[in-house]
Design a binder for this molecule. Structure first.
Ligand code: G6P
Ligand code: MN
Length: 417
């Protein structure tokens, strides 16, 4: 049987993984689910709920909880990581500090995203290093953001097997289903770039290229980027491109908003955890649907099925480039379509790079590689270089002021600096 470990199991997303296991119970013999968290209260709530939920789903599985990382990782076949170092409290700082300078304040993008990487990478390296010893054949399925930087750090500095994911990999399938009622299996596309910095092209339905009208209907589902702009590009950018293509507008909008996304999520979580804690409840709370990470469990379990049952599956994964994206270094972790099976994943060659996007992708990768090195080495000079390389920061007047402020706001979580 399979041991499936969830690191950061106190997260409200945990039951979605069980839900997906329930749907796949014929194909995936999960015998043990090990819940791990450093937050005992949330872990306790989640353990109780998962016991009730598993029974309701008819899952024949042993669910255990631990605050020992060693116990959690020992002998695990799959380790799903979904941690948030410093919690949403630190996320709010990632959002607010850059905004004060009229810069994008976001948990994975820009200077805020870099600080999230700095807090997270040391912890993720510890998990990966322990896996080298305790579960050397296991797979680390990473959903911890910023997933591209985390995956690059783990692949560069450890020998753990890691696959980095984002629910964005199936967004075009979700959009096509919503817009045209077409099931996932019939929709294919090329996917090129980095996590939260990517472009979707050559969309086909049952192997035939989409018509212009279909393209527009699918594109219109991405409501963060202007539809006229998407039509002009001819390819669909990740919703996160809103921060690059509509920078001034979005910064103004978020400055004027009464709350940041992180503050909103903190409030939402009060209801979500109250529902999970209710011992008479065995339904996923409705408010969960208001979170952005929906769909991630589907991708995670799709990966488990591909690897465990050796089923060739095309999936979008964060993997070392190895030539897939011609204009990026081989060591760069990229988010691209891959063929996944028991041997792991192989990036599919990107045949056509959409014009006018490669400069942006290369610039952000340049930032990411410097940020990963700064995160591992605790190097303030590299931190400054990373921000200078970032298209959303770039100017020295910002870098000079931001660096001390960001370090101060995160000092409890940056042992490496
Ligand atoms: C999307 C992104 C995830 C991110 C999430 C945020 O799904 O792909 O990387 O974590 O949104 O959702 P939240 O509800 O925390 O704002
Ligand atoms: Mn994501």
């Amino acid at each position: 049987g399979m041991k499936f470990t969830i690191v950061g199991a106190g997260s409200s997303y945990t039951p979605e993984l069980l839900d997906e296991m329930g749907m796949r119970k014929e194909q995936l013999p999960v015998k043990e689910i090990m819940l791990y968290d450093i937050d005992e209260k949330r872990l306790g709530i989640m353990e109780g709920f998962c016991q009730r939920f598993a029974k309701k789903l008819g899952l024949d599985v042993e669910i255990r909880a631990t605050t020992s990382l060693d116990k959690a990782l020992y002998g695990a076949d799959f380790v799903d990581t979904q941690i948030r170092v410093g919690g949403n409290k630190q996320r709010v700082k990632d959002e607010k500090i850059p905004l004060r300078y009229n810069l994008v304040g976001q948990e994975t993008t820009g200077a805020g995203g870099m600080m999230k990487a700095f807090r997270t990478i040391p912890v993720m390296l510890e998990i990966a290093e322990k896996m080298e010893e305790l579960s050397p054949n296991g797979w680390l399925i990473n959903y911890t953001n910023p997933t591209g930087l985390v995956t690059e750090a783990v692949t560069r500095y450890t020998n753990a097997n890691i696959a980095g994911f984002c629910s964005g990999g199936i967004f075009p399938k979700m959009w096509a289903k919503r817009a045209l009622g077409i099931p996932y299996e019939q929709v294919q596309y090329d996917y090129m770039g980095l996590n939260h910095m990517n472009f979707i092209s050559n969309i086909t339905i049952d192997g035939r290229p989409v018509t212009e009208a279909e393209f527009e209907k699918i594109a219109a589902q991405n409501d963060d980027v202007d539809l006229e702009l998407i039509k002009l590009l001819g390819v669909i950018p990740s919703p996160y491109l809103q921060w690059y293509y509509h920078t001034n507008e979005k910064v103004a909008m978020f400055k004027a908003a009464p709350k940041t996304r992180g503050e909103y999520v903190q409030e939402l979580e009060k209801d979500v955890y109250a529902a999970y804690a209710d011992e008479t409840n065995c339904e996923k709370p409705k408010a969960l649907a208001k979170r952005g990470g929906g769909g991630y469990s589907e991708v995670a379990m799709g990966f488990v099925n591909a690897v465990y049952n050796n089923v060739d599956t095309k999936m979008v994964v964060n993997v070392p480039n190895k030539g897939a994206v011609s204009f990026l270094p081989d060591s760069a972790v990229v988010e691209v379509g891959c063929l996944v099976n028991k041997t792991g994943m192989q990036p599919l060659h990107v045949t056509e790079v959409p014009s006018m996007c490669w400069g942006l992708v290369a610039a952000v990768k340049n930032y990411e590689q410097l940020a990963v090195e700064a995160a591992v080495e605790g190097d303030v000079r590299k931190m400054k270089l990373a921000l200078l390389a970032h298209p959303l920061v770039r100017q020295w007047e910002y870098v000079e002021k931001l660096v001390p402020e960001l370090l101060e706001a995160n000092k409890e979580y940056l042992p490496q600096f």
